[in-house]
Design a protein around this ligand. Structure first.
Ligand code: DGP
Length: 111
């Protein structure tokens, strides 16, 4: 089932895009919790990590490697990558996304 992120990929609703290639798109989170809060999403409609299959491993690896480039482009060396996998883990948009968060001191463990 398509989500609002599919509309962002299609350009039907605006987003503050910071990176795009044929496989993925990164844009600023509308509810930023840190000076840098980017969402990195695959263009392929995957619900979450649990929905990914063996054939998606290249895509996932590609996205993980892109996080550094995206954080660098925003001027941040240190950052956190988080994905909420399922409603019980606070996933609210059911299109796989990685939060790339940085620009302030981050606590651990997360809540
Ligand atoms: P999660 O709770 O992990 O599913 O995070 C979803 C994030 O998506 C949340 O931090 C807010 C963000 N978000 C939801 N709708 C939009 C939107 O239309 N535009 C942007 N830029 N971010 C959105």
């Amino acid at each position: 089932m398509s989500t609002i992120f599919s509309k962002i990929i299609a350009g039907e609703i605006p987003a503050d895009v910071v990176y795009e290639d044929e496989h993925c798109l990164a844009f600023k989170d509308i509810n930023a919790i840190a000076p840098m809060h980017i969402l990195l999403i695959p263009k392929k409609e995957l619900v979450n990590l649990s929905d990914a299959k063996e054939l998606d491993k290249e895509l996932l690896g590609h996205m993980m490697l892109k996080t550094k480039e995206i954080a660098d482009s925003q001027g941040f060396e240190d950052y956190r990558v988080v994905t909420n996998n399922g409603a019980g883990a606070q996933q609210s948009v059911f299109h796989l996304h990685f939060h790339i968060i940085g620009g302030r001191s981050l606590n651990w463990p997360p809540g």
